[in-house]
Design a protein. Structure first.
Length: 91
């Protein structure tokens, strides 16, 4: 994907925010712990990294659900496949 540094940083921040929100509201983490988890899941990648932004191929909701419920969360928790309106309102 081709984007400016500002676009990348804006997108990165948004994904971190959504991941942290999900980990707080569905994973039971405190706000500081949810932000730490978001930073670990979405580290800053330098512009010359060949796979920069690859984590963006799935939205933060998916990565958080995997962290909370495991890889098979869609099978065991089908109601969690789609994010709730509160999550979608974060955009």
């Amino acid at each position: 994907m081709s984007w400016s540094e500002a676009q990348y940083e804006e997108y990165l921040h948004g994904e971190r925010r959504r991941y942290a929100w999900t980990m707080q509201h569905h994973g039971g983490l405190t706000p500081p712990d949810s932000w730490t988890a978001a930073l670990e899941c979405y580290p800053y990648e330098p512009s010359d990294d060949p796979y920069r932004g690859l984590v963006f191929h799935d939205e933060a909701w998916h990565w958080a659900m995997r962290a909370i419920h495991g890889d098979r969360y869609p099978v065991h928790h089908p109601k969690l496949v789609e994010p709730p309106p509160e999550y979608l309102a974060l955009d």
